[in-house]
Design a protein around this ligand. Structure first.
Ligand code: FE2
Length: 307
């Protein structure tokens, strides 16, 4: 329905000033042709305005928040970090797509994914020598019926033994390390060498870290491996795997841990297996076997979008 300026004036004049401003903003969006967009922005404005009214937000507090957001742009930090530390990234995953129980759960992408990676084949190492303790992972990419998916492209990336990702190093020079890309064959199998990731402190030196400091909030992420898997006709899977007994599982800065994504790698002490798998030194290593289950759009139990 097109709202005329006369109708808007009549409606607003019946409200007190503090309520009227909310209605005025609603009316300014009222001719938007897309009902879902209109619905989202109406709710966003309601929540924002209610927050201001309920907290009696001061001008100084409002300005501090604007300056805080401006710092992200000026200092070139990742806005996604803010979504992660407020739990919004995880919440969106939780409410947007309900998967069948046997499908692998999604969790956050994080700000350190990049397309610049190593194209590898099964058995190769994503990590250069000296990046940490040896870790071997294998598994299959499957559909919800348990059939292997051929042609799935799996990106995996991780922090090294210092809890640092390749792109965070000043001398990175577009040379990927601790990340690689694999493509499955007809059997859906993948296998790679890596290093066992460690928990790492939230090292961002920008506005998000200042905020966590001010709130005395946790600044650690439990150890994890990142995965992004795409395959024709399947929904993209972005997920992470965590390790049992990690002291930060319950207090993850990014609230991204899901019970189904916690794994328990096995320590392999037979160093002949270490060498046979292609590691350079005859040392014990951890091994993990874990499948990933992708869904098609029609497998999802979808919530009805509100409008
Ligand atoms: Fe990470």
């Amino acid at each position: 329905m097109i709202v005329t300026s006369a109708q808007a004036t009549e409606k607003i004049s019946s409200l007190n000033e503090v309520q009227a401003i909310t209605e005025m903003v609603h009316l300014s969006f009222s001719n938007c042709p897309d009902e879902r967009t209109k619905f989202l922005f109406k709710n966003l404005i309601d929540h924002l305005h209610n927050f201001v009214r309920e907290t009696s937000l001061t001008h100084e507090e409002w300005l501090a928040s604007i300056n805080f957001l401006d710092r992200f742009r000026q200092e070139d930090h990742y806005i996604m970090v803010l979504s992660d530390i407020f739990g919004v990234s995880t919440l969106v995953d939780m409410v947007s797509n309900k998967k069948p129980l046997n499908a692998t759960e999604n969790t956050i992408l994080g700000p350190l994914y990049t397309e610049n990676t190593q194209i590898l084949k099964n058995g190769d190492s994503i990590a250069s020598e000296g990046k940490g303790d040896y870790f071997y992972m294998s598994g299959r990419i499957l559909d919800v019926q348990g059939n292997p998916i051929a042609g799935a492209i799996m990106d995996v990336w991780e922090a090294d033994q210092h809890g640092v990702y390749d792109i965070e190093y000043p001398d990175y020079n577009d040379k990927p390390d601790c990340r690689g890309r694999f493509t499955t064959g007809e059997d859906g199998v993948f296998a790679f060498r890596a290093v066992k990731p460690l928990a790492y402190p939230f090292t961002d030196n920008g506005p998000a870290k200042d905020l966590l400091d001010a709130l005395h909030s946790t600044k650690y992420r439990p150890a994890h491996l990142h995965f992004k898997i795409v395959a024709p006709d399947y929904m993209e899977l972005v997920t992470q795997l965590y390790f049992k007994d990690d002291q930060y599982l319950e207090i993850d800065t990014a609230f991204a841990v899901r019970q189904s994504l916690i794994v328990d790698p096995k320590l392999i002490t037979d160093t002949s297996i270490t060498l046979a798998r292609g590691f350079k030194e005859a040392k014990p290593h951890h091994e993990l076997e874990r499948d990933f289950v992708l869904v098609r759009e029609q497998d999802l139990i979808k919530p009805t979008p509100k409008a």
